[in-house]
Design a protein around this ligand. Structure first.
Ligand SMILES: [Fe+2]
Ligand SMILES: [Fe+2]
Length: 164
């Protein structure tokens, strides 16, 4: 039987904890997209409202995929979403979703590195498929708001518009 080095056990624990947080973020994204796809009401945002419905379906798929991986790793998936943001204001709804996608993408980048470091290749591949869709979500939202999609390249003055 292969022996597990202590540092590998610690890395594995970090990976699992990270995936649990990722799942909680997927629940949050799913709920916000369900609500905001119905609540956006400005004529200029009708196109993005339809895109949000698509995002909701994809977030559900992501949640199922992450939960399956957690089960595979022998842990019970979390059941509580990250705190949901709500608003009646069209721009604030879109910013709440964009900030969520920024955060989600940064976390999946880290998770892919952790999975690869542990030789969890299938997990890394699944997460790469998910992050590709998250970047599409980020592009849709940033385009609707007229800002740069990649949060690392987004001017601070634009980012501030999204802060309450
Ligand atoms: Fe997602
Ligand atoms: Fe997303």
């Amino acid at each position: 039987m292969a022996t597990t080095r202590p540092d590998e056990a610690a890395l594995r624990k970090q990976l699992v904890q990270g995936l649990q947080e990722d799942l909680a973020r997927e629940y949050k994204a799913l709920i916000q997209y369900i609500i905001f796809s119905q609540k956006l009401d400005k004529a200029q945002y009708m196109n993005i409202a339809d895109q949000l419905k698509e995002h909701a379906h994809q977030e559900l798929d992501h949640a199922l995929a992450v939960a399956r991986q957690l089960d595979y790793l022998g842990v019970y998936p979390v059941h509580t979403p990250k705190p949901i943001e709500v608003s009646e204001d069209n721009e604030e709804m879109l910013w709440a979703d964009l900030r969520g996608e920024d955060d989600t993408i940064n976390n999946y980048r880290e998770r892919i590195r952790q999975a690869e470091a542990l030789g969890e290749i299938a997990l890394a591949e699944i997460l790469k498929g998910i992050i590709t869709q998250e970047q599409d979500h980020q592009i849709d939202l940033a385009t609707a708001l007229g800002v740069v999609p990649d949060s690392r390249l987004r001017p601070e003055k634009d980012d501030k518009k999204g802060k309450k």
